[in-house]
Design a binder for this molecule. Structure first.
Ligand SMILES: NC(=O)c1ccc[n+]([C@@H]2O[C@H](COP(=O)([O-])OP(=O)(O)OC[C@H]3O[C@@H](n4cnc5c(N)ncnc54)[C@H](OP(=O)(O)O)[C@@H]3O)[C@@H](O)[C@H]2O)c1
Length: 329
């Protein structure tokens, strides 16, 4: 198969290109090459999508399948217009959903936010980002010969520039009393970047038509963190601090420098990380154990210590735990 990856120098799109090469496909990556190099065995064609239409080297390629991770609707429209005959796998996000509270949803059962078809700043917040992804999805659905739309939840694993899962393997590997947020029964789900990439390549090979969530199995966060603890061979012990005490201590949910990853306000976000994975399994997704993701993520993070700063500092964590001990007395 001739596979065109629009991206290929970062995390997921790089993993897709690597998986395509591993399966013996003819893989071309089109991007600026500003964020890194493409995987060995793939070729890079330089294209700055902000500067306009694809170069002749892309339009002449006639790929069997295109994988796109873009956030800007005009970028996706330009690419689909140039390559309408290919099968498209568009990587969207669960931020397209207007309802984050209802657990067990899947594509088709949860309403979408209204589409934005113009290019806004996707880093201005999840609402704008999600709305632009709905616009991108629409461009693919209306312009491509056939398409798979994949809406990932939290993507984890080696190479993650966000640090939103990596915090946990690193923290739990240190051992000792460890701050955990909310209740152990709060449901969460992650997907290993390598499993998501493998499934995306399968969808490209099989020209799978449909809209799916790119998620792993939903589980209580207590069970997930126990698997992470196993994966990094740690003796860490979790102390669960409820939402209001964390908020009082200046801990932010989800991400950021004072953020506690995987902790989300409840019940408002009961649905965001509890999608129904069964339709994706039926379409060929295979997921590995969380312990394996944790072990490999830890190994990668130790080799790449200068990553995104996500997750509260140890000093902040210990202050929160000390305040909680005082409260409980
Ligand atoms: N991480 C998560 O937990 C999560 C959750 C839900 C959805 N998602 C989705 O999953 C996908 C992640 O993709 P990703 O890991 O590959 O990272 P990404 O940051 O979405 O995409 C990075 C790729 O886009 C290319 N790019 C950026 N600006 C460009 C430009 N002006 N022209 C051409 N190419 C450009 C980059 O190459 P150069 O910079 O080298 O040009 C790089 O290869 C995205 O679609 C994201 O929305 C992620």
């Amino acid at each position: 198969m001739k596979l065109l990856v629009l991206g290929g120098t970062v995390f997921l799109s790089a993993a897709v290109a690597a998986e395509g090469v591993r399966r013996g496909h003819d893989v071309t990556c089109a991007c600026r090459g500003a964020s890194g190099s493409v995987p060995e065995g793939a070729r890079l064609v330089a294209w700055d999508r902000a500067a306009g239409a694809p170069p002749p080297a892309i339009t002449a390629l006639e790929p069997d399948a295109v994988v796109d991770v873009a956030r800007h609707p005009s970028w996706v429209r330009a690419a689909v217009d140039a390559l309408p005959a290919s099968h498209w796998v568009f990587v969207s996000t669960v931020n397209v959903y207007a309802d984050n509270a209802t657990p067990g949803g899947r594509a088709g059962t949860i309403p979408l936010v209204e589409a934005v078809h113009t290019d806004e700043d996707p880093s201005s917040g999840p609402e704008v980002y999600g709305a632009m992804k709905v616009g991108c999805e629409a461009a693919v659905a209306s312009g491509a010969a056939s398409s798979t739309i994949v809406r990932p939840g939290l993507v984890a694993g080696p190479g993650d520039p966000s640090g939103r899962f990596t915090y946990w393997p690193l923290r739990l590997a240190e051992g000792g009393e460890t701050l955990a947020g909310g209740a152990p029964t709060d449901v969460v789900q992650i997907i290993d970047v390598r499993d998501l990439a493998a499934w995306i390549v399968t969808c490209a090979e099989q020209r799978t038509s449909g809209v799916f969530d790119g998620v792993g199995p939903a589980t209580g966060v207590g069970d997930l963190l126990a698997e992470v603890t196993d994966g990094v061979s740690s003796d860490a012990v979790l102390t669960w601090v409820p939402d209001d005490a964390l908020a009082d201590a200046g801990v932010q949910p989800w991400a950021g420098e004072d953020g506690l990853p995987l902790w989300l306000p409840r019940p408002e976000y009961d649905g965001m990380l509890s999608h129904d994975v069964e339709p994706s399994y039926a379409a060929g997704l295979v997921t590995r154990p969380v312990a394996e993701t944790a072990r490999d993520t830890l190994a990668w993070a130790r080799q790449h210590p200068v990553g995104a700063r996500t997750g509260l500092s140890r000093e902040h964590e210990q202050r929160v735990l000390a305040a909680w001990r005082t409260t409980r007395k």
